[in-house]
Design a protein around this ligand. Structure first.
Ligand code: FPP
Length: 253
């Protein structure tokens, strides 16, 4: 009976996986190739991981493709990454649609080229009714930006009278974050060996299980993802409760 309770708490698949795909540059350098080669290999890894998440019936996969801080990279690397996003979207939107995958972007789009913004909007519109995996791509995204834009929206609604004397609480902020309507990540994965969150989904990661691996992103394959998911499944999530409460099966979040 005791192990049954443990099983029921510990064996669920994550609903939402969020990934910082780090290590493309080092992967290329190890092969004496330019960083661009690593980013191209990174796109191939993205495709395999998206397929794997769809097969494993994961509800949401969020990929950190470009942070608010990545503009600090050399200009040619920034334009290479932007070109790669555009080419990938052009090539993949129809395939995602055929596989019933819904595409969504988070981040400040205003700094992106109008062509890229248009393609992103097209991808979202074309796939909006799909209901298998939701693939969220974070582009020019930062956790600070997300919270600031949520607070700004709330402030604007107060000044126009749409919100009168609101109570600032978790549901109100959730509704205004770029991730509104999505469950918070259950599992956060960062490849490439660094052990930090780097301004990614700061609000949403409050109770997320963190998983760090030295594997460089282009080498992160479905087996590596399964290993991360298995590590997640072996953890006991307590959400502030005691371990005993969870064992007694009295609280299932
Ligand atoms: C970090 O590796 C990776 C990025 C900043 C870009 C991630 C982009 C992709 C995987 C390709 C495009 C993705 C999509 C969704 C179309 P790094 O360059 O910091 O590697 P390093 O730490 O080894 O230098």
């Amino acid at each position: 009976m005791f192990s049954k309770a443990i099983d029921s708490v510990e064996s669920a698949n994550p609903r939402h996986i969020a990934i910082i795909m780090d290590g493309n540059g080092r992967w290329a350098q190890k092969r004496f190739m330019p960083r661009a080669f690593g980013h191209q290999a990174g796109v191939k890894a993205v495709r395999k991981i998206v397929e794997c998440c769809a097969e494993q019936k994961i509800e949401v996969l969020t990929l950190f493709a470009f942070s608010s801080e990545n503009w600090r990279r050399p200009e040619d690397e920034v334009s290479l990454l932007m070109g790669l996003f555009m080419a990938t979207l052009q090539r993949e939107i129809n395939k995602l649609d055929r596989n019933n995958i819904r595409l969504r972007f988070i981040g400040d789009r205003s700094a992106l080229s109008s062509q890229l913004q248009a393609k992103m909007a097209e991808g979202e519109k074309q796939t909006q009714s799909n209901d298998a995996l939701t693939l969220v791509i974070a582009v020019n995204y930062g956790g600070h930006w997300d919270m600031c834009q949520a607070f700004q929206q709330i402030l604007n609604k107060i000044s126009t009278g749409e919100l009168t004397h609101p109570t600032i609480n978790t549901p109100l902020i959730n509704q205004h974050l770029s991730t509104h309507g999505l469950p918070d990540p259950d599992l956060f994965i960062r490849t490439g060996g660094e052990q930090r969150v780097s301004n990614f989904m700061l609000w949403q990661l409050a109770y997320t299980e963190l998983y760090f691996t030295p594997t460089l992103w282009p080498d992160f394959d479905p087996d590596a993802l399964t290993e991360a998911i298995n590590s997640f499944k072996g953890r006991q999530r307590r959400f502030g409760h005691t371990g005993e409460q969870m064992f007694n099966n009295s609280v299932i979040p």
